[in-house]
Design a protein around this ligand. Structure first.
Ligand code: GLU
Length: 358
């Protein structure tokens, strides 16, 4: 009799457990590698992306009580190996997932080195809708004080929060929530390496609660179908420094580059010699965008440089790597060059689906 009761009790708990699990909100976790999935060798070295997403989830038992997590391993790389081709693969995986389950939030685990670029790229394609949250870690999963489990838990919390909607793609790390356009890895190492130099983080996760400092401001906008982007053209970034030579700029057309972003000094500036070479590149048909190597601020047109006369574009608040992504998309969609400056200045999302209409 006792055995029967235990059997009934176990079945009841199992049934309740699966019924409860069914009621939990669904989250798709797409893993791309990074230190969050790294195994350390005990001597300070490690290889990114060694652990599967299932292992990462198992390390955070609280997740099972919060969400029904489906996992997908897209690639297993250190994010220094991220490429535009993988961005498009990731975008297609997200687009398909949102077509079948539009309300399901998505968490992406990613190396922190280029996380801000992937976040900005995805923010262009998926400006609103169910939250898309990227997270990573500074320390490998197997070392004492690994920050990955807490960051993953926070990322899922943010993904599940109704307050995370209408804010675009988000990055979560070290208890902070950042907007894709602003987030930047400002320290080469350390658990708190992310900052939003223009405006600060959007919010925090504290005491397990997701709190935003400002109201959401995004207007509802459709996803952009990644299949409309056939190729992201080659765009170079050239870094300016005292005494920089124009030689690197001069070879870009022969190497097949369609455009160049200047990581300029101050207000996206460069020496008279470099500016003259950039003018020649523009005459050869390459697009030229002036960004800044400075950590924060707004690069304005027509201050020390006559951008209208030279046909250059100022990158506004976009740092070089993000200016490059916007430029690649403008080129991919064959947008008239005359519209570039206004689209760089526009901090609200560009309506790519509308731009892409024939
Ligand atoms: N190379 C690593 C990566 O970006 C850096 C550390 C990290 O994962 O955060 O994948």
């Amino acid at each position: 009799m006792r055995r029967v009761s235990i059997g009934i009790a176990v079945s009841w708990f199992w049934l309740c457990g699966s019924a409860l699990a069914e009621e939990l909100p669904a989250v798709l976790m797409i893993a791309t590698g990074g230190t969050i999935a790294a195994v350390a060798d005990g001597q300070g070295a490690y290889v990114s992306g060694e652990l599967s997403p299932e292992v990462l989830v198992t390390a955070v038992p609280a997740l099972a009580e919060m969400a029904r997590l489906e996992t997908q391993q897209l690639v297993s790389i250190g994010s220094q190996d991220m490429t535009p081709v993988i961005w498009l693969q990731l975008a297609k995986a997200i687009y398909q997932a949102r077509q079948s389950e539009p309300d399901r939030a998505i968490v992406i685990t990613h190396g922190t080195d280029t996380l801000e670029e992937t976040a900005f790229f995805l923010d262009q394609l998926f400006p609103t809708g169910a939250p898309i949250v990227l997270t990573g870690a500074a320390r490998p999963a197997t070392v004492p004080g690994a920050d990955g489990p807490a960051n993953l838990l926070d990322a899922v919390r943010v993904a599940l929060s109704a307050d995370s909607r209408q804010r675009g793609v988000l990055a979560v790390k070290a208890g902070q929530i950042h907007a894709a356009r602003q987030v930047s890895k400002r320290r080469a190492e350390g658990v708190a390496g992310f900052e939003s130099p223009n405006g600060g983080p959007l919010g925090r996760i504290s005491g397990g609660q997701v709190r935003f400092f400002r109201a959401p401001e995004r207007l509802t906008q459709a996803d952009l179908e990644p299949d409309l982007i056939h190729e992201l053209p080659a765009v170079a970034i050239v870094h300016v420094h005292a005494g920089a030579s124009s030689e690197l700029l001069s070879v870009l057309p022969d190497l097949g580059y369609k455009a160049v972003v200047l990581a300029g000094v101050g207000n996206g500036n460069a020496s008279a010699g470099m500016l003259a070479t950039l003018g020649n590149l523009r005459e050869k048909g390459l697009a030229v965008v002036r960004s800044s190597r400075s950590a924060a601020g707004w690069v304005s047109a027509n201050v020390e440089i006559d951008d209208v006369a030279l046909g250059f574009v100022a990158a506004a608040d976009l740092p070089p790597a993000k200016a490059r992504i916007l430029l690649m998309l403008l080129l991919a969609f064959d947008v008239e060059f005359d519209r570039y400056q206004a689209l760089f200045n526009q901090t609200r999302p560009i309506d790519w689906p509308q731009l892409a209409e024939p």
